[in-house]
Design a protein around this ligand. Structure first.
Ligand code: UN1
Length: 523
């Protein structure tokens, strides 16, 4: 038997992936032939459902490839999905948590069995590189298992309390809220959907899940794994569609909470809505970032350049963890920017089916237009170290491809240093005082990730003490600000990047989907 293929964890960049690539050479055409282009229905109360406006989605790699047809759920379908989740809640929530996690663990096994098929679907749907796509599905398997482990390690979040009197026994119990809407983004369509769905389900909630309109295919393939693992009808419902369907869902009075990953603007709107009724309902949200990296005069410049390139341009910069703004010490700026430009020039951009491609397209026309506007403003007020243009010719004319871009010489307070672009677009500022640079890096409404490259203990400590972000990295070649892994790096958005002060991938995630009850019984 052939040895198992190596796992992809975003960080194991030194591995030999040649066997994996050989396998993907076979899987990709097969998936393209069998999985793309089909009608993908919604799933309500265990049944397929086409009640809604039919739409077709195309691959960002090549607009001539149909991903599939989907149904933007009608108002009636949204109502039925919420009602189904509501009626499934009583028995799902009362089921012993051990049974709930057994089902979720079976789902993790199915995701693992289908990992190359899911990765390939993800590659075609989002335009991810091979390793980004496989890494995401591996991350999915680990995070489902990690959340199940958390439930187990915490004994289902039930614990005996102290006794005021010998005759009085008290337990503290975390209980599910009820029906959660799960609204997911396009960029990690499998991992982030699975994270929110699992968090809600292991805690005993039921779910109405809406994937991104750009990611209905992987959304449905993921749901199939969960359903085949044995979730009862109505426990997990799938409705497709864009913002208008999302709005109907969030406005639905039958919801008890919302889990959301996406833009700051939409997340805040959901948060305000969920606080507007007669009582506030929980929102578990992760809402982007403008993540700074600091390269000090003591840094190992090659390590720093390697990590910066991966975080700025991996997945075409379309990660909330992307490293999108750089502070480099004046003394090393010339050498560092030279190393950075050389590594950027060496990146392969193109059709991500190819093994050597690091960066595929951006997701859609809106992203390409955002790129053009940002590039225009650099032309007016700064310069490009590299990039700045849309790519054309060959496959570049089939999708939306842009050059990995590094902007220098912009005014210090320019908007591009502060706005999340969700593009392969890095802005650069120089500094002489690290404390001052960190204050500038902190001066955004976000606080998700931050990175530093330094060999000076005091600089490192200053960064760890003062950087305002939930995920900090130092001296990492595999990613300056990206690459958090379940059970290893928790992923908590500070300030406008989150709302609860607790993050994904870590020990406090699942309890966010539950509320506390104290039960005192006289014995
Ligand atoms: C995101 O950045 O949009 O840390 C999600 C990372 C991955 C993905 C996080 N776990 O880069």
């Amino acid at each position: 038997m052939a040895p198992p293929l190596p796992r992809v964890t975003y960080s194991n960049i030194g591995e030999d992936f040649s066997g994996l690539h050989a396998h993907l050479d076979e899987v990709l055409p097969a998936v393209r032939a069998t999985i793309l282009g089909q009608a993908r229905l919604n799933l309500i109360d265990g049944g397929n459902d086409d009640d809604g406006v039919r739409y077709t989605a195309f691959s960002p790699i090549d607009r001539d490839w149909t991903l599939g047809t989907f149904f933007a759920a009608s108002t009636g379908a949204v109502d039925r999905a919420v009602a189904a989740a509501r009626s499934a809640f009583a028995s799902w929530s009362r089921r012993p948590w051990q049974e709930r996690i057994a089902t979720l663990r079976r789902a993790a096994e199915l995701v693992e069995e289908r990992k190359y098929e899911l990765s390939a679907a993800c590659l075609f749907e989002v335009g991810k590189s091979r390793l980004e796509a496989v890494g995401e599905v591996e991350e999915t398997v680990d995070l489902i298992r990690y959340y199940c482990d958390q439930m187990e390690e915490n004994g289902g979040y039930e614990r005996p309390m102290r006794r005021a009197f010998p005759q009085e026994a008290t337990r503290c119990v975390l209980k599910p809220y009820g029906v959660f809407a799960v609204i997911a983004p396009f960029n990690f369509p499998v991992a982030l959907s699975a994270a929110m769905i699992t968090g809600a389900l292991v805690g005993g909630n039921t779910v109405v899940y809406k994937p991104s309109p750009m990611a209905g295919l992987t959304g449905r393939l993921l749901v199939d794994c969960l359903i085949e693992a044995g979730l009862p009808a109505g426990v997990l419902n799938l409705i497709c569609g864009g913002g208008e369907v999302g709005e109907k869902l969030v406005d639905h009075p039958g919801l008890d909470g919302v889990a959301f990953t996406g833009s700051h603007a939409v997340g805040m709107e959901i948060f305000r809505k969920m606080a507007a009724g007669s009582y506030a309902r929980p929102v578990v949200a992760e809402m982007g970032g403008k993540n700074p990296t600091y390269v000090t005069a003591s840094a190992d410049l090659e390590t720093a350049a390697a990590g910066m390139v991966r975080s700025a341009f991996g997945l075409s910069g379309q990660k909330c963890s992307a490293g999108s703004t750089l502070f480099v010490h004046e003394r090393v700026a010339r050498d560092f920017l030279e190393a950075l430009a050389a590594r950027t020039a060496a990146l392969q951009v193109g059709d991500p089916q190819r093994a050597d491609v690091f960066m595929g397209p951006v997701i859609n026309r809106a992203a390409a237009e955002r790129f053009e506007r940002a590039a225009d403003s650099v032309r007016q007020q700064g310069h490009f170290l590299t990039g700045g243009e849309m790519l054309s010719g060959g496959v570049f004319d089939k999708g939306y491809y842009v050059a990995p871009t590094i902007a220098v010489d912009l005014p210090r307070d320019h908007d591009l240093h502060k706005t999340e672009l969700f593009l392969p677009f890095l802005t650069v500022r120089m500094f002489t005082d690290l404390g001052q640079a960190i204050r500038e890096g902190n001066d955004v409404p976000y606080g998700l990730t931050a990175g530093i490259y330094t060999r000076d203990e005091a600089e490192l400590q200053l960064f760890l003490d003062t950087a305002e972000a939930g995920v900090l990295y130092a001296n990492r070649a595999s990613g300056a600000t990206t690459g958090a892994w379940p059970g290893i790096q928790t992923f908590c958005g500070w300030k406008g990047s989150g709302v609860t002060g607790k993050g994904g991938l870590g020990p406090w995630y699942v309890p966010q989907f539950m509320r506390e009850q104290s039960q005192t019984v006289m014995t």
